[in-house]
Design a protein. Sequence first.
Length: 125
Amino acid sequence: MRAAGKATKTEKCLLGLTAAFLCLLAGLYLHDARQTEPAAVKTERTVSREELAPDLSPLDLNTATAAELAALPGIGEALAERIVAYREANGAFASVEELLEVSGIGEKKLTGLEGRVRVEREETE
């Protein structure tokens, strides 16, 4: 039997190996910490805010051009031309819902335009 408080040769060897392993880990950590630089991102050019987030205010149906209307989702060039032709033939739109009178625009398409078009009412005196 061994005496209390005395470590055997095997225990001393294991403690030594554990200490050496911990020193190796600490050394690797310090080595990596010194070599790590803060990440920096370099860009080739500056992009204006307007290019990233264009103006998305609703279009006024009474002043929008065919090109502006054609840029709306679900409205192509032909439908945009029909909207402008309707406006020229019947006068200014009184409401957004009046778009239903234009050939090619139904309830589903009108719902898709919600929040993207508006009708500015003119003040008459």
